[in-house]
Design a protein. Structure first.
Length: 249
């Protein structure tokens, strides 16, 4: 069994420490940013953004253990000062949990763990969006944009625009407008099996998990559940951690 350590630039020293620690405990590991799918497990040294960057490069996802050197750390397992016992326990038990991801087809398949954001490309301008679920038109509204989110992404961008907090293990798709110019519009939560299609009358940026925005001309975008879930080493107190972190924000 071989593992890889992926770190953000300012966390190299800790990554080297983790590498030495795991090797001293009999694990075959190395620090790398390439061919991450070929390893049996991934240790991420960074924050939530680093975890999301790793996932952008993966379809088939080896289990991830993340050590938080960022700010919020909702996707991480521990802090730098207490990683050793938790990391060893995770690797020895190899107990893994999966979280759904979303996909859309844009110059190849784009995957997102948190959300796919469709945002008007012109600052301070509204875009008219038609929202379809399985080809049923559920609303037409003018807004700054639209988020298609996963449950685990409900505590990310979607939270900041008034979306609901959803149990990360409840497989579903959230549809949350960004600054809608319409009274009474509420977010939708639909089954994971649904297909969501958004039509837009202005050019937009499409952004998956805050990475690599792509500009689209007026048209439409279809989002559905990906067959490739994100896999993490199990965190027993995940709900408790979410609650505590949100209290700190």
């Amino acid at each position: 069994m071989k593992g890889v350590i992926f770190h953000k630039p300012n966390s190299k020293d800790l990554a080297l420490e983790v590498e030495s620690f795991l090797r001293s405990n009999g694990f075959d590991v190395e620090i790398s940013e390439r061919n991450l799918e070929s390893y049996d497990f991934i240790v991420v040294v960074g924050g939530d953004g680093t975890v999301l960057r790793v996932l952008q490069s993966l379809h088939v996802c080896p289990p991830i253990f993340a050590i938080n050197t960022g700010r919020i750390g909702l996707l991480t397992h521990c802090e730098p000062e207490n990683y050793k016992e938790k990391l060893l326990k995770s690797l020895e038990s190899f107990d893994v949990e999966e979280f759904m991801r979303l996909k859309c087809e844009l110059d190849g398949e784009i995957l997102a763990l948190n959300e796919i954001a469709i945002i008007c490309s012109i600052p301070a301008k509204l875009v008219e969006m038609k929202v379809y679920v399985d080809d049923v038109l559920i609303d037409v509204l003018r807004c700054d944009g639209m988020l298609i989110s996963t449950p685990i992404g409900s505590t990310a961008y979607a939270l900041s625009i008034g979306g609901p907090i959803v149990d990360p293990h409840l497989n579903s798709i959230l549809i949350v407008p960004v600054a809608p110019f319409k009274l009474g519009w509420k977010p939708w939560v639909v089954s994971e099996s649904r297909t969501v299609r958004i039509e837009f009358d202005r050019s937009v940026f499409v952004v998956a998990d805050g990475q690599n925005p792509l500009k689209l001309n007026p048209g439409e975008l279809t989002v559905r559940r990906s067959e490739y879930p994100a896999r993490f080493f199990k965190l027993e107190n995940r709900i408790e951690k979410i609650v505590n972190r949100l209290k700190e924000i």
